[in-house]
Design a protein around this ligand. Structure first.
Ligand code: PLP
Length: 378
């Protein structure tokens, strides 16, 4: 079986499991406890926080461990918007993850915010001029994702963040898919807040990070015992934090060039082998291990089954939207017709996919599309 659904989730790496194991067994203490077990757990948590902070170029006190990418995005959007609003206007891109979009809709519904959704072009790029035009004196936050989960497009985050900064508006980026491939230093990127998720990086599901500059006021969303400097109460997931830190350390030097080369071969091979197939997202400014297509005259769901029978595990788009009959809002935002959007398939992979594997995938895609088209009424 070839696993090409890494954008949905990744297996826990052995080194990560080994790093977290002590905190699930011998050193199982509560980091708030004033006893030896508690001190060990607190030390593990502090070390993990330092590792993450160093990688993100922030102070340890600017790292908030969360239950995952969704919570990190919620905390960024709601926490910053409600923390010290300059006004009640938010800017997000039209292709954000639901965690960002639904948080913005929540603020619109219950807190009277106005939300501007920045359009994207046909390959999923946000334009700097559309951001500049959308900024207003009452804009409280801009949130634009670093790399898109469905189409792989990577945004010019540094350029976009600079526009928001010039206007004095905090800028958040969802870096859940970018992590492991692209630079994450908040200072270098010029962003004020950045979300990560452990399970896309070889750590377990259920742990994430929001890194947020201390100059940006952050209203807590989870109230309780005051853990995480009062920003995110609840007994800390020490093993999860240790795992995420280890996963981040291990992802320092990915073979991005080799993976991009395999991605390009996969894209070229599929486009050549499958008549009428089209790439979705940007041809070059895209995640190294990400190739996504539409195959008119098929259905994404049928293709997944055919591909799986041929030993290739893939996805019809985002794991969250999969299973729903609605066409992906990301693909619609690119201007793709709803009927075509339902024929989308995404292949996402890491450094372990070999050149030979890529050829196997291309052949499986060609055979699967042919099989589905042979059955479909045209
Ligand atoms: N943001 C993006 C871009 C994602 O791809 C995902 C997960 O698919 C999330 C946020 C949510 O992360 P989590 O699954 O950790 O809640």
């Amino acid at each position: 079986m070839l696993y090409l659904d890494a954008a949905a989730t990744t297996p826990v790496r052995r080194e990560v499991l080994e790093a977290m194991w002590p905190y699930l067994t011998g050193d199982f203490g509560n980091p708030s406890s004033q006893n030896a077990l508690g001190f060990s757990a607190a030390t593990g948590l502090t070390t993990a926080r330092r590792v993450v902070a160093a990688r993100l170029g922030v102070r340890a006190s600017e790292v908030v461990f969360t239950s995952g990418g969704t919570e990190a995005d919620n905390l960024a959007i709601k926490g910053i918007a409600l923390g010290d609003p300059r006004g009640r206007h938010l800017i997000v891109s039209a292709i954000e993850h639901e965690a960002v979009l639904e948080s913005a809709r929540f603020l619109q519904r219950l807190h009277g915010f106005e939300v501007t959704m920045l359009p994207v072009d046909a390959v999923g790029m946000v334009s700097a001029s559309s951001l500049a035009a959308a900024l207003r004196p009452d804009t409280t936050l801009v949130s634009i994702m670093y790399a898109n989960n469905e189409i792989g497009t990577v945004q010019p985050i540094t350029e976009l963040a600079a526009i928001a900064r010039a206007a004095g508006v905090p800028f958040h980026t969802d870096a859940v898919q970018a992590a492991g491939w692209l630079p994450l230093d908040l200072g270098v990127l010029g962003v004020d807040a950045l979300s990560l998720s452990g399970h896309k990086l070889g750590a377990p599901k259920g742990v994430g990070v929001l890194a947020a500059r201390s100059r940006v006021p952050l209203e807590p969303l989870v109230h309780g015992g005051g853990q995480e400097r009062g920003i995110r109460s609840g007994t800390e997931n020490v093993a999860g934090a240790v795992a995420l830190a280890r996963a981040i350390e291990l992802s320092v030097d990915p073979d991005a060039a080799g993976t991009s080369r395999r991605r390009d071969r996969l894209i070229a091979g599929v486009l050549a082998a499958v008549p009428d197939s089209e790439l979705t997202g940007h041809p070059t400014a895209r995640l190294p291990g990400h190739a996504s297509f539409v195959f008119p005259g098929t259905s994404g769901e049928s293709l997944l089954l055919e591909l799986e029978q041929r030993g290739v595990v893939s996805s019809s788009g985002s794991a969250c939207a999969a299973g729903s009959d609605e066409p992906s809002s990301v693909l619609l935002a690119l201007g793709i017709a709803p009927g075509i959007a339902q024929t989308a398939v995404r292949f996402s992979f890491g450094v372990d996919l070999s050149d030979d594997d890529v050829e196997v995938v291309i052949a499986a895609v060609a055979a699967s599309v042919a099989a589905v088209r042979a059955l479909a009424p045209r």
